[in-house]
Design a protein around this ligand. Structure first.
Ligand SMILES: *[C@@H]1O[C@H](CO)[C@@H](O)[C@H](O)[C@H]1NC(C)=O
Ligand SMILES: *[C@@H]1O[C@H](CO)[C@@H](O)[C@H](O)[C@H]1NC(C)=O
Ligand SMILES: *[C@@H]1O[C@H](CO)[C@@H](O)[C@H](O)[C@H]1NC(C)=O
Ligand SMILES: *[C@@H]1O[C@H](CO)[C@@H](O)[C@H](O)[C@H]1NC(C)=O
Ligand SMILES: *[C@@H]1O[C@H](CO)[C@@H](O)[C@H](O)[C@H]1NC(C)=O
Ligand SMILES: *[C@@H]1O[C@H](CO)[C@@H](O)[C@H](O)[C@H]1NC(C)=O
Ligand SMILES: *[C@@H]1O[C@H](CO)[C@@H](O)[C@H](O)[C@H]1NC(C)=O
Ligand SMILES: *[C@@H]1O[C@H](CO)[C@@H](O)[C@H](O)[C@H]1NC(C)=O
Ligand SMILES: *[C@@H]1O[C@H](CO)[C@@H](O)[C@H](O)[C@H]1NC(C)=O
Ligand SMILES: CC(=O)N[C@H]1CO[C@H](CO)[C@@H](O)[C@@H]1O
Length: 625
């Protein structure tokens, strides 16, 4: 679209001098817009699950993944701590934390856990769970403590009676005051004089601040509430690459993410850190239900990241496993897996109507076998569940069956520079009208290893808005789109940018400029995309107009240029509404505790005509009726 820097400069200069561009929105005609258009994509990356949106804030509580050792633990007092494989908590959680107390020790001793680069210490109530084994009758003291300051934010005693014969489970709750920073640990201490010369074993320590909709083993309420404000329509999960596994046996296994967390072995995720799988299949589906999201459940399709590919008849058992998974999710309680779901606490089937077959099967040597693998899975799933919409993980026809079955949606991913996104503005204008699309991952990046783009900045977010306008104009075929990745722990990210993030300090939840773009576009949706007559061409100003069933008109605008633009919008019969605007310097970003760019809203009124000013690098929505 932008053929050279020179012509680009010429266009912006002219636009700056010209009188306001005028957009006249037709009240008739147009195409219907997909009601699912704006959604979210989630996989555990950059500690977005454990340490991110999942509510449990202690780290390494089950010693899961490849050789986690004593990560996050430290001794409190004169004791020795070790990972003890001779005292497994369960067949899934195969070790526990041994605290050895030297003879003659007195006072309160125990261990600390520093969470994910600190334990978030908020002014709230925490639920705390743990298992203990060993000979002990007396007080266990639970605290939240400043790691270097020594400030005690929470201090709570419970009485424990534990024996050497097995692990005993305890649950309690306590309130805390707020810490000023992330530099906090959780401590469990006990009376050393009662254990001196011996040891106690602890397993699966869990600490939850309040959860979203008060679910047990739920999402962190503060994090999930921030996400819910986007009012997304669907959730694509659990990956992404994290579905795939480094090898077939390392894949995300649905059946190991269900039931009590003590029965979940966890795994080494695809992003080089352990996943506890406490955020498992049922928790994802509960998340969807609680946030009104249509689940797009990705199933393993034979491709793993390390290049291990299972195809042909070798794939048969995995196809059966997909059918088992769908029976777990959708089956009545008379079925084997439906009964298991009920046993795990969910009697009603979940509302799953979309599945995606694999992830990025055009990459990692997946292309050559994908047509066959897709067909095998499609045939089995479609025969059993004819109403499920099936998504293929690529749009690349060389990887797809020569005839794509009716109703199949294909998925494309774009991680591009801002200018590349703007060049793709008309990508879907050119597409066959009977070929439905999921843009399952997209984000503007300039190098996404974290070294060159730490965080979204206004130019990048504006380019995403330009591309989204291109999608929305074509939302008769672009059915769904989800920015990715969703969320990061700022201290633990290797892939940037992400839509929003947090660290372990209070009030650290931060929306990127792209978060505000997603929120503006998602919360201002029409059901019909309307034709627009314009007195100028697209670029640097881009627009799309729509109307909702309730009769509100939405005009989305992006100014991908360094010069302010005046825009007059004519919509016959409209009189008032608001103008939402996101703007900032080209390279300005939001950072934790330093959010400089958020959406501002102005009331507007007019009689069928509204003139608004779009500053440089701005994204806006005019909503009027
Ligand atoms: C848009 O332009 C076309 C062609 O000039 C005209 O027929 C149509 O009425 C215009 N629509 C609106 C809403 O002004
Ligand atoms: C509706 O779709 C047709 C292609 O089928 C396209 O030419 C037209 O521009 C679309 N209308 C709008 C308002 O997007
Ligand atoms: C707590 O202090 C220990 C010892 O100084 C240090 O190794 C650890 O990183 C600190 N943890 C946090 C969360 O600050
Ligand atoms: C917890 O118990 C210890 C030992 O009895 C006592 O010293 C301490 O004050 C108690 N803490 C609280 C918060 O009750
Ligand atoms: C521990 O053993 C006792 C006695 O055998 C039994 O009653 C109790 O249920 C066991 N607890 C757990 C957590 O297995
Ligand atoms: C989960 O299913 C796989 C087969 O896909 C099987 O190998 C594994 O043992 C199962 N895990 C559990 C905990 O049942
Ligand atoms: C599929 O959808 C149709 C129409 O809504 C419905 O009548 C039918 O029962 C559904 N079939 C299955 C297997 O769910
Ligand atoms: C879409 O088609 C137009 C007209 O043929 C062409 O100029 C443009 O490059 C195409 N866009 C894409 C993204 O392929
Ligand atoms: C936009 O309109 C305002 C108010 O009329 C005017 O001050 C400003 O110069 C205009 N900007 C451009 C770029 O034309
Ligand atoms: C993407 C991702 O998860 N990156 C990092 C997250 O944090 C762990 C622990 O610091 C790193 O090992 C990952 O590379």
């Amino acid at each position: 679209m932008i053929s050279s820097v020179l012509s680009y400069l010429a266009v912006t200069w002219l636009a700056g001098q010209a009188s306001a561009i005028e957009l006249t929105v037709s009240k008739t005609g147009g195409n219907s817009s997909s009601s699912l258009l704006y959604g979210i994509m989630f996989e555990d990356i950059n500690n977005s699950g454990d340490g991110g949106i999942h509510g449990q804030v202690l780290r390494n509580n089950g010693f899961q993944g490849d050789d986690p050792g004593l990560t996050a633990y430290s001794a409190v007092g004169d004791v020795t701590i070790s990972q003890d494989t001779s005292e497994p908590l369960s067949s899934a959680i195969t070790s526990s934390l041994k605290v050895s107390v030297p003879s003659g020790t007195t006072g309160y001793v125990g261990f600390a856990n520093e969470g994910y680069d600190g334990v978030p210490v908020l002014e709230t109530t925490y639920d705390n769970y743990f298992y203990v084994k060993g000979d002990y009758s007396g007080t266990v003291n639970l605290r939240l403590v400043g790691n270097s300051s020594g400030i005690v934010y929470a201090d709570h005693n419970i009485t424990v009676a534990s024996t050497t014969s097995n692990f005993t489970y305890y649950e309690t709750s306590f309130t805390s005051s707020v810490s000023a920073d992330a530099n906090n640990v959780w401590q469990l201490r006990f009376d050393a004089s009662k254990v001196a010369g011996s040891s106690l074993n602890f397993g699966l320590v869990q600490l939850f601040p309040p959860t979203y909709n008060s679910r047990s083993n739920g999402l962190r309420n503060d994090v999930a509430s921030f996400l819910a404000e986007v009012k997304a329509s669907f959730l694509r999960f659990p990956g992404g690459n994290n579905l795939e596994g480094a090898s077939p046996s390392d894949r995300w296994k649905w059946n190991e993410t269900i039931g009590p967390v003590i029965d979940r072995p966890g795994r080494e995720g695809d992003w080089s850190y352990p996943n506890t799988d406490a955020l498992g299949l049922d928790e994802y589906l509960q998340w969807c239900e609680d946030m009104n999201l249509v689940p797009v459940l990705a199933v393993w399709a034979g491709l793993s990241l390390g290049g291990g590919i299972v195809s042909g008849s070798d794939l048969d058992p995995y196809v059966d496993d997909i059918l088992n998974e769908l029976e777990y999710v959708l089956g009545s309680t008379d079925t084997t897996y439906g009964a298991l779901r009920a046993k795990n606490g969910r009697t009603e089937p979940w509302n799953v109507q979309h599945i995606e077959v694999g992830n990025e099967d055009n990459l990692n040597s997946g292309c050559g076998t994908y047509a066959d693998r897709f067909t095998q899975i499609y045939d089995a799933v479609h025969a059993a569940y004819p109403n499920i919409t099936i998504v293929a993980s690529t749009t690349d026809t060389s990887c797809l069956p020569s005839t794509i079955p009716d109703g199949v949606i294909t998925d494309i991913h774009h991680y591009l520079t801002p200018d590349e996104f703007v060049e793709l503005f008309d990508e879907w204008d050119n597409w066959s009208r009977d070929w439905p699309i999921l843009v399952g991952e997209y984000a503007s990046t300039t190098g996404n290893d974290g070294s060159t783009t730490y965080w979204s900045y206004m130019q990048g977010s504006c380019s995403e808005a330009v591309y989204m306008i291109g999608m929305e104009r074509n939302s008769d075929i672009v059915k769904m789109a989800s920015f990715a990745p969703l969320l990061e722990h700022f201290d633990m990210a290797e892939w940037s940018p992400d839509l929003f993030g947090l660290d372990s300090s209070p009030d650290s939840i931060t929306g990127s400029t792209s978060y505000y773009v997603q929120k503006m576009f998602s919360t201002n949706r029409g059901s019909t995309i309307l034709p627009v007559n314009a007195t100028g061409d697209f670029d640097p100003l881009f627009w799309v107009a729509s109307v909702s069933d309730a009769g509100t008109y939405y005009v989305k605008l992006a100014n991908y240029g360094a010069t302010s633009q005046n825009v007059t919008v004519n919509i016959e019969g409209t009189t008032s509404g608001d103008f939402q605007l996101l703007t900032g310097g080209e390279s300005v970003s939001n950072y934790p505790h330093d959010v400089s760019i958020t959406t501002t809203t102005l009331s507007v009124s007019g009689s069928g005509s509204f003139t608004v000013e779009l500053p440089a690098w701005a994204v806006a929505v005019l909503a009027v009726s």
